[in-house]
Write a protein that binds this ligand. Structure first.
Ligand code: AVJ
Ligand code: FE
Length: 405
């Protein structure tokens, strides 16, 4: 019986690894070799680097560490180390070419599946293997790199998005108050000990919060246009004048009128913070955000790259949090007021370069995931972070307030 159960777990892991790879390859399928190698921005790696890095990270953890085997291609690892090689230098590294990277990805995957067949996932004290932790980490890693790839794909002219079912186009838009209240009291923050989560989500703890109000939906393009008109603020990334006083979105080489009903996206933390103050509000702390997100549905949310864009603010109301806030998960990452700091009792696991290297006042926390985030990555305790000047990430925001405003 136990053998049967383990086999099922291993089959499920193998299937999910396959599905993750299918999506990665689908995203780059329309691109030429030249597109894959092209450096579009010093802020983003060429796509070819992401592909090699995904496979090299898999080799490091699932073949070398778990399987105690030698790497296929010697010291390749040093060029795919994200900390050693900042994004602006990745276009110049002697990494695998478009012709070499696919066989390398396939070769690593073959060995990953060999090791998976041998490994003990249940009757083990090894925290890396228990409940398949390292496999969950690898799945999340490939999924998360899809999102960095999508950031770059926003700059690719006439990029043809892969056809996916179940996009947000047909979702109805709910009406409701501008803000919803969250009662004072203790709220559970962070991820429990069981199940996969990143080290930065642990340990779980309670936070005593004052009562506060939070916007029911993410801030819209329409509201952001008012803010721009009133203050002279810059437009979000990928907006251009249409020549008649309006604005166009130009991501992926398209030119579409900005939809005032959709959440604003591709704004920096500084811009989000300035908007909140202009509106007489503030950004929520990350703990307030998590409290307001309790009960939000990850199933009824615009995630997983399905529609290749946002849904209108107020959509997916049946996925609302207990607070009544909608779209806490999906559509746009939401900037919070908080610096990325460890929770009290934090322990780096399994490697300090995922979170620990980034703790401190330089990075702000984002919550909730975006349309470009794979569904399996996100949960209400998930913490993302970036520099407050960053605009190429899929980030918007919603405001909070101490009173009803
Ligand atoms: C959590 C999105 C900030 O992209 O730098 C990918 C995720 N870490 N490979 C990043 C990550 C290692 C990370 N973020
Ligand atoms: Fe990575």
């Amino acid at each position: 019986m136990a053998g049967q159960r383990i086999q099922t777990r291993k089959d499920a892991i193998a299937e999910r690894l396959g599905e993750a790879r299918e999506r990665t390859l689908a995203l780059v399928e329309p691109l030429s070799e030249e597109d894959l190698n092209r450096v579009y921005s010093p802020l983003l790696s060429p796509l070819i680097w992401d592909l090699g890095h995904i496979a090299n990270f898999e080799e490091l953890w699932l073949v070398q560490t778990v399987g105690e085997r030698e790497p296929l291609r010697g010291d390749l690892g040093r060029f795919y180390d994200a900390i050693e090689n900042p994004r602006r230098t990745r276009g110049e590294l002697p990494i695998l070419s478009a012709a070499e990277v696919r066989p390398y990805m396939d070769g690593v995957r073959e060995r990953t599946l060999e090791v998976l067949a041998e490994v003990e996932l249940d009757e083990t004290e090894d925290p890396l293997l228990r409940e398949g932790f390292v496999y969950e980490m690898l799945l999340a890693h490939e999924h998360q790199h899809n999102e960095t790839m999508l950031q770059l794909l926003q700059m690719v002219d006439r990029y043809e998005a892969p056809e996916e079912d179940g996009g947000p186009a047909g979702e109805t838009v709910s009406a409701g108050p501008e803000m919803v209240p969250v009662a004072a009291g203790e709220h559970l923050i962070g991820a429990p000990e069981e199940g996969f989560a990143y080290d930065n989500e642990r340990p779980a703890h309670t936070a005593e919060l004052e009562s506060f109000w939070i916007d029911r939906t993410p801030v819209t393009n329409g509201a952001y246009l008012e803010f721009m008109a009133d203050t002279g603020a810059q437009p979000p990334l990928y907006w251009e004048r249409d020549g008649e006083g309006g604005w166009l979105r130009t991501a992926m080489g398209r030119r579409e009128p900005v939809d005032p009903a959709h959440p604003v996206i591709h704004v920096s933390w500084h811009e989000a913070d300035a908007f909140a103050r202009w509106a007489g509000k503030r950004l929520p702390s990350e703990r307030e955000w998590e409290a307001a997100a309790e009960g939000a549905s990850g199933e009824r949310a615009n995630l997983d790259q399905l529609g290749f864009g946002t849904a209108a603010a107020g959509a997916y109301a049946d996925g609302a949090a207990d607070s009544g806030a909608v779209q806490m998960l999906g559509d746009v990452w939401e900037w919070t007021a908080s610096d990325f700091e460890p929770y009290q009792g934090f322990r780096a696991f399994p490697y300090p370069e995922y979170s620990q290297e980034f703790f401190g006042p330089d990075h702000k926390v984002l919550r909730g995931g975006a349309w470009a985030t794979r569904r399996a990555v996100i949960r209400t305790s998930f913490r993302n972070w970036d520099l407050p000047v960053r605009r190429q990430i899929f980030a918007g925001f919603r405001c909070a307030s101490d009173d009803a405003g």
